[in-house]
Design a protein around this ligand. Structure first.
Ligand code: ADP
Ligand code: MG
Length: 711
């Protein structure tokens, strides 16, 4: 009797497998059939041909496939443990060497088994040899594939065989219709979508392999073009949507701006004047500004931000400035309050560490509109913060915030349209909400090509000039064995009336460990430099304690500041001229550049010493070399892009997701330009046909994933 019951039960155990596969596919971003079809091969393997072992051994080091029968299979222990398998065909024999292997491979490759092996076959001392070939066990006479074998990007636990099948299935179900018309294809000289996709998944034997490899093949060009077109379309649409929103025009450049400029102890550089003017024009518009202010560390972005705030205040609105750390927010508060309070501006201060009473007082000032300028940290995006008349949002070091955090601040309701009495509320429901202008600032320069494609809905201002009188920072890489000499340098700098930072290594896995190293370094320096006053600042200190240390350092009462990366961004103590970075090999380029930017802010010649532990890996070596060779943030960003690639560069956290899978901004700029032009044409001329093209194209390429564009 139980027998009939078993059948319907069988699908159940297999369901979890399907689920985990689905979740693994999901990890790769593959949710729909179209996603699968657009999951294109990373590369191909040519398994269409088998050549004689003798011939393969003489080909130098190119990749070849051979077939033979196993004549020996042994584990060797010297000079290291490895699996050595010899196969032979009529022409000769080949030694296959596996340095990593499973015990089961000795059984799989037992003497007498026939295998096909593919790899870089070299002619070694003992004849033909190959290390870690791809291989499979075959029966004699097994047919060879007649197309190149695609190799797909695969996550852990997803086999190529599974992906191939899933993609082949999906290809049966999708809507193949081309999103571009025959005329458009002809004008752009593009291959039809279906032809391109089918070719990439199953390239015919006669295909130009090199063109596939370097992705210059017309099929690849079509894919890249489509991807870029989708991106340009959605970015442009975001731009149009933004321009349709309302913002308060803040047109008054009046008394406050003028008085502020007059009291500044310096005059603005040309670059500062230019960006101030650009921002000022934007603030006059009645749609929201969305501008990124890029300027290398020390280029003077703070004063530009203050001037933008002054314009908002002059026009009768509030401005808010958010910084990623308390130290930085506090520094801005002091500096800007010192500039503005004498001019009668009320500045409020809001961070997480405020006492309840102080916090309530700040909140009340913000809500009543008494506070004209508000400065703080993430605390500003909490629900309890209500602005009376928010006109301008400024985010410093914007790359340190997630997209969500930046949006939260911009979307802050203002009591003039969100709060207020019921009548006002219903009026607000009719009128579109008013969005504040937004100014983002960053010293991590985004190379121009990236900026154009990833942030097309962003106006960009660049400060490309440092204030006068700065002497360039000299950077040296020093083996940490020579730490004593470095300590001597610190001593000498202080004797000269200067101050120094000593930054402790980044230990990503463990904050506790980072803290420990900081404490130990502090103790070491206190002992080695008994005549100097040394301070220690790290993330675990209470805000007041941090403040005390930072104050002592700013005032020059403390000579050497031992710090974790909490001081990475923004800190400005012009008298500090020596920066020591421990275990510099652990830091990324932009972080090193940020840290180095803490010195070289005054007129004294500054030095940055990058202590490293040898031996250095290849990438670490490149990074330290770059740091020695240049202090130009844009050049550093460009090299960083080269070393890490755009996905890494923007960071998934930052960009929401790595957006371009196929196009390569370093080589495909020409395609970006063409895609941008077509996007422009399609949107400018909203005929029914064009609109259909736009929505079909966006649906195919982006699905529902347009959120990340709302930077
Ligand atoms: P960053 O762009 O890294 O945020 P800051 O705004 O902190 O740079 O400015 C760095 C230092 O340069 C500050 O001490 C600031 O007061 C000073 N500074 C800014 N602009 C000028 C200028 N035009 N002339 C002289 N010093 C300036
Ligand atoms: Mg700054």
């Amino acid at each position: 009797m139980p027998a009939p019951k078993r059948k319907p039960a069988t699908p159940a155990p297999s369901a979890p497998v399907a689920n985990t596969r689905a979740s693994k596919l999901e990890k790769l971003g593959l949710r729909s059939d179209m996603d699968l079809v657009l999951h294109l091969p990373l590369r191909y393997e040519d398994e269409t041909e088998v050549i004689a072992i003798r011939q393969a051994g003489m080909m130098g080091t190119s990749v070849a496939q051979v077939e033979g029968v196993v004549t020996a299979c042994n584990i060797q222990y010297r000079p290291r443990r490895q699996l050595i398998v010899t196969i032979a065909d009529d022409s000769g024999q080949l030694v296959m060497r596996f340095l990593n292997f499973y015990g089961s491979q000795t059984k799989q490759l037992a003497v007498g088994t026939r295998v096909r092996a593919r790899g870089e076959i070299r002619h070694g001392f003992f004849g033909a040899e190959v290390v870690h070939p791809n291989y499979k066990v075959v029966l004699e006479g097994a047919p060879l594939p007649d197309v190149l074998t695609p190799v797909y990007p695969a996550g852990e636990g997803l086999s190529q065989v599974f992906l191939r099948k899933a993609i082949a299935d999906a290809m049966q179900h999708i809507e193949w219709r081309d999103t571009l018309s025959p005329a458009q294809l002809a004008a752009q000289q593009l291959m039809p979508f279906e032809t391109a996709v089918r070719l990439l998944h199953n390239p015919p034997p006669e295909v130009d392999e090199h063109a596939l490899e370097d992705r210059s093949h017309p099929a690849w060009v079509r894919m890249k073009f489509d991807e870029l077109l989708a991106q340009q379309l959605s970015l442009k649409r975001a731009q149009v949507a933004r321009r349709a929103k309302n913002a308060r025009a803040l047109p008054v450049v009046g008394q406050l701006s003028a008085a502020f400029l007059a009291t500044l102890p310096f005059s603005l550089t040309k670059a500062q004047q230019r960006v101030v003017a650009e921002i000022s024009v934007d603030l006059c518009a009645s749609f929201p500004m969305q501008r990124l202010l890029q300027g290398d560390v020390g280029s003077g972005k703070t004063v530009v931000a203050a001037l933008a705030a002054a314009q908002a205040i002059d026009s009768g609105y509030q401005a808010v400035l958010m910084a990623p750390t308390e130290i930085l927010a506090d520094q801005h508060f002091r500096k800007i309050a010192a500039w503005m309070e004498p001019l009668g501006v009320r500045v409020a201060w809001l961070t997480g560490s405020l006492k309840k009473k102080e916090k309530l007082a700040s909140l009340a000032m913000i809500e009543s509109g008494e506070a004209q300028l508000v400065i703080g940290t993430h605390a500003l995006i909490q629900d309890s913060v209500q602005f009376a008349k928010l006109g301008l949002v400024i985010v410093d070091e914007q790359h340190r915030f997630g997209v969500g955090q930046r949006l939260a601040l911009r979307n802050k309701t203002t009591s003039e349209n969100g709060g207020g009495d019921a009548a006002e509320k219903s009026a607000a429901a009719v009128a579109p909400p008013v969005v504040p202008h937004q100014l983002m600032m960053s010293a991590t320069p985004i190379p121009r090509t990236l900026a154009m494609t990833y942030y097309a809905d962003l106006e960009i201002s660049v400060i490309d000039e440092l204030p006068p009188g700065r002497t360039p920072i000299v950077t040296r890489a020093v083996d940490q064995m020579r730490r004593d000499e470095v300590i001597e340098r610190v001593h000498a700098a202080v004797q000269d009336g200067r101050q120094a930072y000593w930054v402790c290594p980044l230990i990503e896995e463990s904050e506790a460990l980072q803290l420990q190293t900081a404490t130990e370094t502090y103790a070491m320096l206190v002992e080695a430099l008994p005549d100097l006053r040394i301070g220690l600042v790290h993330g675990r200190l209470k805000q007041a304690e941090k403040q005390e240390v930072m104050d002592a350092f700013s005032a020059g009462a403390c000579h050497v500041l031992v710090a974790t990366t909490v001081i990475e961004v923004g800190v400005d103590v012009p008298n500090a001229s020596l920066m020591v970075i421990e275990h510099a090999e652990r830091f990324g380029l932009s972080q090193l550049h940020q840290l180095r930017g803490r010195v070289g802010r005054g007129s004294a010649a500054s030095v940055c010493l990058l202590l490293y532990q040898s031996p250095l890996g290849h990438i670490a070596k490149q990074r330290l070399m770059t740091m020695r060779e240049t202090t130009d943030g844009f050049e550093i960003a460009r090299r960083d892009l080269e070393i890490r690639g755009p996905g890494e560069f923007l960071g998934a956290r930052q960009s929401g997701q790595a957006m371009l899978r196929f196009a390569d901004l370093t080589t495909d700029q020409w395609l970006v330009d063409r895609a941008r032009d077509l996007a422009q044409t399609l949107l400018q001329d909203p005929t029914a046909a064009n609109q259909a093209t736009v929505s079909a194209h966006l649906a195919r390429w982006l699905g529902g994933r347009e959120d990340f564009l709302k930077v």
